[in-house]
Design a protein around this ligand. Structure first.
Ligand SMILES: NC(=O)c1ccc[n+]([C@@H]2O[C@H](COP(=O)([O-])OP(=O)(O)OC[C@H]3O[C@@H](n4cnc5c(N)ncnc54)[C@H](O)[C@@H]3O)[C@@H](O)[C@H]2O)c1
Length: 436
């Protein structure tokens, strides 16, 4: 199949490279000419494990190419749209301007047998609007519009794309179904279920899934707060809950609140869609509010760990990306935390194995260091904000020797209180009683 991917970001580039790896002929088109030039030099502009090798292999074998111009889509059997749908400034609705601009760009170029597939996360009814634009610009041509939401997780994106729990295809058009079935055939052979549903249903499945995951995280975060008040251990509570198959253990990890490029904006967009249709989603509304407050509230944990004030003190923050194995700092809890620490008067030194360049774009006042130990130098406390593998086995004696005071606030619960006690650290975690 000939596939065009509009947008070569986290989703477009991973999906394009994986489709090429399945044997399809793929071109990724991005209107960011610098990004395309970078890709054409053989460099991959994002940090995603395994992606550089996958891109190189498929470019070499002639199945994957990049372009800034959409002209090549004339030959495509399927054109996927994977552009960003960020929160619209001011009201929290999904900003669909990138999607509609992309549709207007491709409309004149599509062949009469092409199908258009929305991979971006878009609110219910967006597919109808895309169809309207195509009908207006290409009257008399039947160009089916399909919703095929993406569920990959950054940091494990290739694995997720190649071994999905499910593939959701939203269309009632028989031709579009058979094109999508052919494109995903290698996965279907691996027994990944394809769920054929209506387009609006597919659009809602994506939002409902993300809102549910966000709810699970927020639920365990509130249980963690309760654990701290009553002297219970949230790790054991989560394990005890998660062993129940009806609940499951995933997304029951307490921490500083959910962040990233999807959950915060998608929960907000779902709330707005529901309000527009007169169907209030009170649970999701609460989840969104509780989570936003939580990110900054984590700074109070640091204040408490430093005996009530951090003014003029130095705090080292380990981790800036919203989760390990990505450089993505969009809506990262670490960024909100750092701003809150600075508002309380602290000096912040920070380190992240991959997210420093992105973080620098929005967070200037922090000092960026070249290692965890560099960040810890002279610090009154360390905060672990992202659970990167390399932060799980820090040399505690070395840390202690470079810090002003041995205090660790572990917002990801990656250490045990007894090992910290043995190493003579004051240790504060989430949802667990402090051992003095
Ligand atoms: N990042 C994730 O983990 C993830 C997972 C599932 C779904 N999604 C959804 O997928 C979509 C894309 O997310 P992302 O993280 O890949 O975004 P991104 O910002 O990393 O990438 C979007 C790309 O689209 C390009 N672009 C914008 N307008 C264009 C146009 N008219 N023509 C060509 N290129 C254009 C941009 O230059 C950018 O490179 C969003 O709707 C997001 O919600 C993201």
């Amino acid at each position: 199949m000939r596939v065009s991917m509009i947008g070569a970001g986290y989703v477009g580039l991973v999906s394009g490279a994986c489709f090429a790896d399945f044997g399809h002929d793929v071109i990724c088109i991005d209107n960011d000419a610098d990004k395309v030039a970078t890709l054409n030099r053989g460099e991959v502009p994002i940090f995603e494990p395994g992606l550089t090798d996958l891109v190189h292999a498929n470019v070499q074998q002639g199945r994957l190419a990049f372009a800034a111009e959409a002209s090549s889509i004339a030959k495509a059997d399927a054109v996927f749209i994977a552009v960003g749908t960020p929160s619209r400034r001011g009201d929290g609705h999904a900003d669909l301007s990138f999607v509609y601009d992309a549709v207007r760009d491709i409309a004149p170029l599509l062949s009469a047998r092409a199908i258009v597939v929305t991979k971006s996360t878009v609110p219910i009814g967006t597919g109808d609007e895309v169809e309207r634009i195509l009908r207006d610009m290409r009257p008399g041509v039947d160009l089916p519009v399909v919703s095929n939401p993406e569920f990959l997780r950054e940091g494990a994106a290739i694995q997720d794309f190649k071994h999905p729990d499910r593939i959701v295809v939203g269309t009632e058009d028989a031709r579009a179904r058979s094109v999508l079935a052919e494109i995903y055939r290698p996965l279907y052979l691996n027994a990944a279920p394809i769920l054929y549903v209506s387009r609006r249903t597919a659009e809602l499945i994506k939002y409902a899934s993300n809102a549910f995951l966000a709810t699970k995280i927020t639920f365990i975060n509130e249980i963690a707060d309760l654990c701290e008040r009553v002297g219970a251990d949230v790790q054991d509570v989560a394990r005890g809950m998660g062993l129940d198959n009806r609940i499951g253990s995933k997304f029951l990890h307490p921490g500083p609140g959910f962040g990233g490029s999807c959950l915060p904006k998608d929960t907000m967009a779902l709330i707005k869609t529901a309000q527009d249709h007169g169907a209030q989603l009170r649970i999701v509304e609460t989840v969104s509010t509780v989570n936003e407050q939580r990110k900054r509230a984590m700074a109070r944990k640091v204040v408490a760990a430093l005996d009530g004030s951090i003014r003029g003190k130095t705090v080292a923050v380990l981790g800036l990306a919203f989760k390990p194995n990505t450089d993505d700092t969009r809506d990262s809890p670490a960024i909100a935390l750092i701003t809150a620490l600075q508002d309380h008067g602290a000096f912040v030194r920070c380190y992240d194995p991959a997210g420093m360049e992105q973080a620098k774009l929005g967070l200037e006042a922090a000092i960026y260091c070249d290692s965890a130990y560099g960040a810890a130098a002279g610090a009154d406390a360390i905060v672990i904000a992202t659970e990167w593998e390399q932060f799980r086995a820090l040399d505690l004696a070395r840390l202690k020797s470079v810090m002003a005071y041995p205090v660790i606030v572990d917002l990801r619960n990656i250490y045990r209180a007894d090992e910290m006690k043995r190493a003579d650290f004051r240790y504060v975690a989430v949802g667990r009683s402090e051992i003095e």
